[in-house]
Design a protein around this ligand. Structure first.
Ligand code: G6Q
Length: 540
């Protein structure tokens, strides 16, 4: 593969950037009444207005040419065909099979994976229905009122984000909590007011070896058996989701309550696998299937929509445009929905764990920037804190603004206010406020220099009718495939996570050094040795 910066499209984009850099969005809009319509696209229930980006028709043409030269479509087809595109782990990347309708054939290693996906989905639906209806009871015969998901990273952020997002569709007679951190405070706070007889723990771990999850699962078992006075209670209060069925069985979870998945599902791409069991219990199997339908509709769109209308492709290419040509270090994600409060954190893992890489497919260090830092908070909260920097700071922060035309609460007037803020912020970021406008508004001379808003800050406006299960599925798949697009351009493996694996190993060396006995020989660097000694002295 030609080195990225040597490709003709890259070189052309570099030259083109020089002609765009100084052009203001005001100019681009003034001379082009058809711009908003031309630079917008729609698919799978999602509308994207990308006209407030610092692009012209020529930029778009060159970015699409770059996608062509980098073989994005071929790599996409290889993913859908079950090829082992996660080369460093020698694995297929088939999260798209998790939402493929029954009857679709998707093969890897010569076997169709779709029947297995539907078998697990049906088993999850049976279990979820019994828990929701009260047919599944705890050890003392009481129905389950609280589900506690124990898992971290990809086995936590998706379910936690989805529960928050889809709470209006959830069974309000039940409550769902999430324990991720190995800090005992997380488990303690999540359980201290619970009745063990009404609590179901779902231990979610792809590997079933992760320190945090195994520790919290053991704590949960001790908590439960302590409260209910019997080891036999474990069978009625624990379910597990894992690819490591042997590990789960050794833990003592009833085989009837174990739900499997496969090594071709990456942790951060697993919220629609059995890792979504808590989501399914919350919103019910029918809503869960609607969510899978949304995911699948976006998969289809990504495969079939023409490049210039292809939402994930466009979103991915625009990220590359700012990241690599404007030198933008971050992307802000601002959902104008309180229900999407955890969406930026979810995207942070999806994007930063996928594309935070510094070697290419060939194992060579890259000589260009890869994944940007992803961050964000729901609007309008962010407007009253960090938006100041977005409007008047010295850094360029391209933002995705996400909104929904229909509210999920009955307070429709407030929804108009929310949406007014969303549209106004994107407008202000793009067009700013000039000195002349401030003068016309009567702003005093001494203040005007400080009040001028330069504008020319790019945003993507992502709009959907309503935040419902199908839309959430589409939205997540939109970002999954945008991340894929970026990774394909940068020629990096978006599906491994060696940095996370290292973290899993590092702490295990220090754990025994924090034992209560005499101080062991410490052979770390001077700083780490001193920190360990200080901790041992002060921990009480
Ligand atoms: C995700 C990562 C990572 C993983 C967690 C939990 O893509 O691999 O975030 O999800 O480390 O791993 P387990 O599910 O195996 O406990």
């Amino acid at each position: 593969m030609t080195a990225l910066i040597a490709t003709p499209a890259w070189q052309a984009l570099k030259a083109h950037y020089a002609s765009i850099e100084g052009v203001h969005l005001r100019t681009l809009f003034d001379g082009d009444p058809g711009r908003a319509e031309r630079f917008s696209a729609e698919g799978s229930g999602i509308f994207l207005d990308y006209s407030k980006n610092r692009i012209t028709d020529e930029t778009l043409r060159l970015l699409l040419r770059l996608a062509d030269e980098r073989g994005v479509a071929q790599r996409r087809d290889a993913m859908f065909a079950g090829e082992k595109i996660n080369a460093t782990e020698r694995r297929a990347v088939l999260h798209v099979a998790l939402r493929a309708p029954s009857g679709t054939r998707i093969e890897t290693d010569g076997a169709d994976v779709v029947p297995g996906v539907h078998k697990v989905l049906d088993a999850m639906a049976g279990f979820a229905t019994r828990v929701r209806s009260g047919a599944f009871t705890g050890h003392t015969g009481k129905r389950i009122r609280t589900v506690v998901n124990i898992g971290i990273g990809g086995s936590y952020l998706g379910p936690a984000m989805a529960y928050r997002a889809l709470r209006p569709y959830s069974d309000r007679s039940m409550e769902f909590r999430f324990v991720a951190n190995v800090d005992g405070a997380d488990f303690h706070e999540a359980t201290q007011d619970l009745d063990a007889a009404e609590t179901l723990f779902i231990v979610s771990s792809k590997t079933f070896t992760t320190l945090e999850t195994m520790t919290n699962a053991a704590t949960a078992r001790a908590w439960l058996t302590g409260k209910l006075g019997s080891d036999a209670a474990v069978a009625k209060h624990f379910a597990a989701v894992s690819t490591n069925i042997a590990g789960v069985t050794t833990f003592g979870i009833d085989p009837a309550n174990i739900f499997g998945f496969w090594d071709w599902v990456g942790g951060r791409y697993s919220m629609d696998s059995a890792i979504g069991l808590s989501t399914m219990i919350a919103i019910g199997p029918e809503n869960y299937r609607a969510m899978l339908g949304g995911f699948h509709a976006m998969d289809r769109h990504f495969r079939t929509a023409p490049p210039e209308r292809n939402l994930p492709l466009l979103l991915g290419l625009l990220t590359v445009w700012y990241n690599n040509f404007f030198g933008a270090q971050t992307v802000g994600v601002m959902p104008y929905s309180a229900h999407l409060a955890r969406f930026p954190a979810y995207l942070q893992q999806l994007q930063m764990e996928s594309n935070g890489k510094h070697v290419d497919f060939g194992g060579n260090p890259v000589d260009y920037q890869t994944g940007p830092v992803i961050w964000g908070e729901p609007g309008t909260d962010g407007q009253h804190s960090f938006y100041q920097l977005l409007h008047q700071g010295t850094k360029l922060v391209p933002c995705d603004m996400i909104g929904f035309c229909q509210p999920l609460s009955p307070l429709t007037d407030q929804h108009d206010l929310l949406m007014a803020n969303l549209f106004a912020q994107a407008e202000a970021l793009a067009f700013g406020k000039t000195d002349a406008e401030l003068k016309a508004d009567g702003s005093p001379d001494f203040q005007r220099p400080y009040r001028v808003m330069e504008g020319n800050r790019p945003t993507n406006m992502i709009l959907a009718d309503k935040l419902d299960p199908a839309t959430l599925g589409s939205l997540v798949a939109l970002y999954e495939h945008s991340v894929f697009t970026q990774g394909a351009i940068w020629a990096i493996d978006s599906f491994d996570q060696w940095g996370v694996e290292l973290g899993k190993a590092l702490a295990s060396r220090i754990v025994p050094e924090l034992g209560r006995g005499a101080e062991p020989d410490l052979t770390h660097d001077a700083s780490t040795n001193a920190l360990i000694r200080r901790y041992r002295r002060l921990r009480g």
